[in-house]
Design a protein around this ligand. Sequence first.
Ligand SMILES: *Cc1c(COP(=O)(O)O)cnc(C)c1O
Length: 368
Amino acid sequence: MDMPRIDITLNPNVVALPPYNAGMNIAAARKLSGRDDIAALASNENPDGCSPKVMAALTSLNPSRYSDPACTTLRAALSAKLDVASDRIVIGNGSEEMIAAVCRAVLCPGAKVAMVAPGFGLHEIEALANGATVDKVPMGTDLDFDVPAIVAALARAPAIFFLSSPSNPVGPALDIASLERIIAAVAQETLLVLDEAYFEYADDETPDGLDILSRSGLNHVVLRTFSKAYGLAGLRVGYAVFSDGRLARAVTSSKTPFNVNAAAQIAAVAALDDEAWMTASVASMAGERARVGEALASMGLRAAKSQTNFLFIDVGIDSQNAFDHVLSHGIIIKPWKERGYETFIRMTIGRPAENDRFIAALKLLVAG
Ligand SMILES: *Cc1c(COP(=O)(O)O)cnc(C)c1O
């Protein structure tokens, strides 16, 4: 029996959601390209893997017991590292889950949300799922934040303003003066969500959003993750730091109780205990990013400034054609489809040999 007798009513906000563009997986890429040696440069994962201390710690995993719903050990470790009271920290099944839980805790149908575009897909999807309308503030044509446009959008007092800095997918980070101008424009009734998924990759000049917002007196959330620089994307663990315990408690109530599995909690604690591994990985990525950037410039291609582990590149032709071409060389990147950015691709910095393959494939494309 395929057809139910009575159509149940579906949530129209959910039925209408745009799909999340998750990028092609490796198995599909193997099939389509006929190659085994796929370079997965689409999802901003860490090609160095993770700290060996994480793998060692995971041998203590007991899969048969429920995980700690409060993530007590991990929150204590973060509290010490960040100098933030642990009642302001909530751990998520990836920081993605925190985006969803914040929306569910804060938004009522008809609420206004604003975000930067191009931006992170889930900032829009989770807002729409909760019945909000989404105001998109374009990046500047110089591929940097348009601070006056952000300030103008904040004047409309949205319930939530999502800001990813460093930006995904574009790459630049807000400087201190820009961040302060934005903070000064946030209304009392707005929750500023600063998504710092790429914080660990940003240079020393980039302000620490958590530090600045903690002193601002604003209602805010700072999101960070173990998926990128710490190399734990497959385990799903990220965190939110809230301006106050009341907000943190509301978001705790809006997530499932055992949202962070036991392996993820063990791994994240071990990863924090080996910051040296992470900083070495970040440094080698930065060297490769500079090298790829120079190769692109020598081909006459424009890439946005990047404080992340990826480059947002104008390839000058339809991004889907560029995707198909590099896929035939066994490389997965992410083609951009948003209006105004149809000739852009986002390429994650991989291992040196993978970056070489990407450069070689792109050279063939540019040579036509
Ligand atoms: C990768 C990413 C995330 C999600 O990370 P998870 O912790 O893996 O859920 C959140 N925000 C931005 C901007 C990202 O790029």
